[in-house]
Design a protein. Structure first.
Length: 252
């Protein structure tokens, strides 16, 4: 790969993320694996986020920023980043989350040595202030389509995908849970997701982001079951009951 074709493209949507975006970017800059680009799509932020992003893209040519002209939601932002991405592999990192320094190196080696197309890792949950909450989410060995319907354990901030193997990726244009719908679409092709059970990322809770609102997330899960996956009511209820149980267990 040349310098213009990084091996890994990091997909980051941002919206009014001035409190956290620097920490997120710094966690990428500290990666032991260096053949990456970070494609940040700013969704018409009204705070200091654009100024911060302009400084970083001027300082580091591996960081590219796209500024949307109107607020369109995370799905549109991620899809624009995916369209701009040059890497064979894509990894996802939201603008308030962080990675451990060896995340990309370990996960890429895990994928290449096992010939995997779709992987994820364990992660820990941190507070709004970045303090560990002594809660970790382990990565199961493998997740299938039916597994994912019942247990949405794959953290978006941990996913890495080999686009040579999966083909092009595009997220459905729904306001939230578009990541869940995307993983289901890949899994439905018969491509399983393999877990690297190491804590390689930090998921921040405690801010007003739509993805952190448990009630909205539950409602959107139901929407994905019925409107995106088109499950009948009985199967949707069965899957939702498992999802709710696993969501509680994950946070205990």
């Amino acid at each position: 790969m040349s310098s213009h074709e990084p091996l890994i493209s990091i997909i980051t949507p941002s919206y009014n993320a001035s409190l956290f975006i620097e920490e997120t970017i710094e966690s990428v800059k500290k990666q032991t694996f260096k053949d990456w680009e970070m494609v940040i799509v700013d969704d018409c932020s009204t705070d200091e986020t654009p100024a911060i992003l302009k400084r970083y893209e001027q300082e580091n040519d591996r960081i590219r920023v796209v500024y949307l002209e109107r607020n369109s939601g995370a799905a549109v932002a991620r899809n624009e980043a995916l369209k701009q991405a040059k890497g064979r592999f894509v990894a996802f990192l939201d603008s308030d989350d962080c990675w451990k320094p060896d995340k990309l190196e370990k996960q890429l080696n895990f994928m290449l040595s096992n010939n995997y197309a779709f992987t994820f890792t364990g992660y820990e949950i941190i507070s709004n202030d970045g303090e560990p909450l002594n809660k970790q989410v382990a990565a199961p060995t493998m997740i299938s389509y039916n597994d994912m319907l019942k247990n949405t354990i794959i953290g978006c901030l941990t996913v890495m995908i080999d686009r040579y193997k999966t083909g092009p990726i595009q997220m459905p244009n729904i306001r939230t849970r578009q990541d869940l719908a995307t993983w289901l679409a890949i899994l439905k092709k018969g491509i399983p997701a393999y877990g690297l059970n190491e804590i390689l990322a930090e998921y921040r809770i405690g801010n007003p982001s739509i993805s952190k609102n448990k009630w909205k997330a539950a409602k959107m899960n139901w929407f994905v079951y019925r409107k995106v996956e088109k499950l009948n009511v009985l199967k949707a209820c069965w899957c939702f009951s498992h999802y709710a149980f696993n969501a509680v267990v994950k946070r205990i």
